[in-house]
Design a binder for this molecule. Structure first.
Ligand SMILES: [Zn+2]
Length: 493
């Protein structure tokens, strides 16, 4: 009887792991071909099939009727017996495979072209809405544009064949030096950007964390300005969360449109900015860069159980540490740092308190359900609240603990559980030995205006907040704990 049970268990476990594709692997062989009219990729893959449906993504290609399939041609599908199978388009981003798929395996071959990456491509909605660009040397494309797939969970390998002088940059795991990547879920591979071609990349390695920076399409990319700043920011963030893990991150810049915009992916970020990074606009571009890299941890690795109610914390704390990374590394001046904070304070004030009228009756918790309408609540009120929390924790612990400890605890726990705002409050309570429930009830789940002037005073800062605007100054009379809190926040020891 016992033997039978074990056998049943083994069969059950085998089918269970098969069902979720965990012991099966699929491989995409991607051959890039360069010609005078652009770049094409010839893709041959063996796909793990859990059912008979094939999909393609659409992120960044929403305007196209067929999503990324609009740029795919010559699809051929075969089963393990080398019999050609028919594909039937059944929905916008979906095909059904007709005929026998044998042993869950499907062989597929197709061609992907990238006309939309060319600078003169006529994007339907004005400036390109997606992270794709080809300057004739290097090309950045979205992972989703490459993969026809069945399951995003399937463990996937990618092999590249490249023209002789080309290289590839990805945030994916390197499997071999022969352009072999992956051993990761297709979801991670496809929800990222990659760069291929002949271009310059900067590699920045810090405590096992490896980051690449690529600037395409600028005449003078000013790498000597951006590289040291990128390095300092990365070092700062790694210290804040106490990152000890290996990690990979790719940041790509290219010119387009008339103002700076960007898109974040699971391990990569694209900055779309008409001008290359210059000394004149450091507070702006360095802050965006710092903000996005911080999301690798907060919002990425440190993932919330509930998206909407945690948005103010995720965005606000990220923005706070972006601002802090700049002042702590003297990337910006004290006045420029005050300017960044003043902007957040003005928007927090106008969100929460309309002069002569009652308070805006929406809490930070609720604001996340409509991120675009309550942008100021998420980003600015979030930043101001996170800063007040930092000052409060420091004050209550004689400057021994801070929001950095909250993040370190969240990061250490992030592998086993997703966080909630209640966890954050519990951590504040346990770090300080005080009950933070009323802080939560008043300022996070409630609609009370934070005691800002009082709070800033505890950090050696004078805050004048009125209908006319917001003004931060150093408090000349600050001493003792106030000064030491200020110095810690500003990174002066
Ligand atoms: Zn953000």
């Amino acid at each position: 009887m016992k033997k039978v049970n074990i056998l049943v268990l083994i069969v059950y476990l085998f089918s269970f792991t098969n069902l979720f594709g965990q012991d099966e692997k699929q491989t995409y062989n991607i051959k890039f071909i360069k010609s005078s009219i652009g770049v094409k990729a010839n893709i041959k893959a063996n796909i793990t099939m859990l059912n008979d449906t094939l999909y393609i993504g659409e992120y960044g290609a929403w305007h196209e009727k067929e999503g990324w399939a609009s740029y795919i041609s010559d699809i051929e599908v075969r089963n393990k017996n080398n019999e050609e199978l028919e594909l039937k388009k059944v929905d916008r981003l979906k095909w059904l495979v007709e005929g026998d798929i044998i042993d869950r395996e499907l062989f597929i071959e197709y061609i992907v072209s990238f006309p939309y990456a060319l600078p003169d491509f006529n994007w339907p909605s004005g400036p390109r809405s997606t992270a794709s660009f080809y300057d004739g040397k290097g090309m950045v494309i979205q992972g989703e544009s490459l993969f026809i797939y069945n399951s995003l969970k399937s463990k996937t390998y990618v092999n590249f064949t490249l023209p002789i002088d080309w290289k590839v940059s990805t945030p994916w795991n390197v499997v071999s030096n022969n352009h072999e990547y992956g051993n990761q879920s297709l979801e991670f591979l496809s929800k990222n950007v990659i760069v291929v071609g002949n271009y310059k990349e900067i590699l920045i390695e810090e405590s096992g964390f490896s980051s690449k920076l690529v600037l395409l399409g600028y005449k003078n990319p000013n790498l000597e300005i951006i590289e040291p700043i990128y390095r300092k920011i990365l070092k700062h963030h790694i210290k804040v969360v106490n990152n000890k893990e290996k990690g990979k991150y790719l940041m790509v810049w290219f010119p387009d449109g008339e103002w700076q915009t960007g898109e974040g992916y699971l391990g990569s970020y694209v900055v779309i900015k008409p001008q290359p990074p210059s000394v004149n606009h450091i507070p702006f571009w360095a802050n965006t860069m710092s903000h996005e890299i911080f999301h690798y941890w907060l919002g990425g690795k440190i993932d919330a159980k509930d998206w909407a109610s945690s948005q103010w914390f995720s965005e606000g704390t990220t923005e706070l540490f972006a601002n802090l990374s700049l002042i702590r590394n003297s990337i910006i001046t004290e006045q420029q740092f005050f300017n960044l904070l003043q902007k957040h304070l003005v928007l927090y004030q106008s969100f929460r308190y309309k002069w002569g009228t009652p308070y805006e009756e929406i809490s930070l918790i609720e604001a996340g359900s409509n991120k675009s309408e309550y942008n100021a609540a998420i980003y600015d009120a979030g930043t101001v609240t996170a800063l007040c929390m930092d000052i409060e924790i420091r004050t209550q612990t004689n400057n021994a603990k801070s929001m950095e400890d909250v993040l370190k605890i969240l990061y250490a726990k992030s592998k086993s559980e997703k966080y909630t705002i209640e966890h954050v409050i519990e951590i504040c309570s346990s770090l300080t030995g005080n009950d933070w429930t009323s802080f939560y009830n008043k300022y996070i789940n409630g609609i009370e205006f934070l005691p800002l002037s009082e709070s800033f005073k505890k950090a050696g800062l004078n805050l004048i907040i009125s209908q006319a605007g917001v003004h931060i100054k150093n408090d000349e009379n600050a001493k003792g704990l106030e000064l030491s809190i200020k110095n810690s926040i500003f990174g002066k020891h």
